[in-house]
Design a protein around this ligand. Structure first.
Ligand SMILES: [Ca+2]
Ligand SMILES: [Ca+2]
Ligand SMILES: [Ca+2]
Length: 276
């Protein structure tokens, strides 16, 4: 038999929920929104690098958890990429050179397709960062600092020499430099220092923050493709990543952030208690 009474406890084993006050519903909504906002940070996990693909002659050693990759060799241009379309997201990389040896390139690629490093007609973007200016063979100069370039040809040719292609070294030929870092355009990275690179890679805009400070903000038409780590001639470099962060990821997550959350929670709790 179906009991249709709306009098509380008049049906066996059933209770009728009392309508909740409007204020409490509002407080519930606020808490819900706060949780949604915070969950993007709380659930952000290091990327599983076990399925990423490497191109070039670099050796990318993964740690036991598959969340840290170390490019160990002093060799030509090399990429470790996530091998799937990755446009429209914030991507966070942490990069640290763990040796005082050498002074060469670390960075990121985006819009990348597997094999592009030696493909005849690729079209992807390269963010590279060199510690010091240096002149290589044939007077090709690698400039100190961080830059964004578009790559439309092969930058790696196995067997040429251990530095690989000069185009990537000097940003010449098939590597067209588009912009240099706002602050780090002529400043090198420091060894034994972990940098956080937050990249927004959209179809018509790209932004890069280094340790929460804007370095690149470029408009254009950017092809979809993979995001990856880049290394050229810089041994013992450690990389890790977080993919798909919520918007505003570059806002520095200072020690004050947890305190802010606690303060917000306390305010909400007080509002809740008042409404009871
Ligand atoms: Ca060095
Ligand atoms: Ca060097
Ligand atoms: Ca080198």
């Amino acid at each position: 038999m179906v009991c249709t009474s709306n009098v509380e406890h008049s049906c066996p084993g059933q209770s009728i929920a009392r309508p909740r006050p409007k204020g409490r519903r509002a407080a519930s909504l606020m808490i819900g929104l706060l949780l949604v906002a915070v969950s993007g940070y709380a659930t952000a996990q290091p990327a599983d690098l076990s399925g990423w693909q490497s191109d070039g002659s670099g050796v990318w050693q993964l740690d036991s958890a598959d969340t840290v990759a170390r490019q160990t060799l002093n060799v030509g241009p090399s990429v470790l990429h996530n091998n799937r379309p990755s446009q429209g997201q914030w991507f966070r990389a942490t990069i640290e050179v763990e040796t005082v040896d050498d002074n060469d390139f670390v960075g990121l690629v985006f819009g990348y397709q597997d094999g592009d490093i030696s493909a005849a007609t690729p079209d992807y973007y390269l963010i590279d960062w060199k510690q010091e200016t240096q002149t290589a063979a044939n007077n090709v100069v690698g400039e100190i600092g961080l830059a964004l370039s578009r790559v439309t040809g092969p930058i790696f040719a196995e067997g040429v020499n251990d530095l690989g292609g000069p185009d990537a070294y000097g940003h010449i030929g098939v590597v067209e430099e588009l912009a240099r870092g706002i602050n780090l355009g002529s400043t090198g990275w420091q060894e034994s220092n972990e940098y956080r690179l937050d990249l927004f890679y959209g179809p018509d805009r790209v932004q890069l923050y280094v340790d929460g400070i804007l370095e690149l903000d470029e408009s254009g038409t950017f092809p979809d493709g993979a995001i990856g780590f880049y290394n050229f001639s810089q041994p013992q470099t450690r990389y890790a990543a977080i993919e798909g962060l919520p918007d505003a990821a570059p806002v520095p997550v200072a020690p004050a952030f947890p305190l802010l959350l606690i303060a917000l929670a306390a305010m909400l709790w007080l509002a809740w208690a008042r409404l009871r």
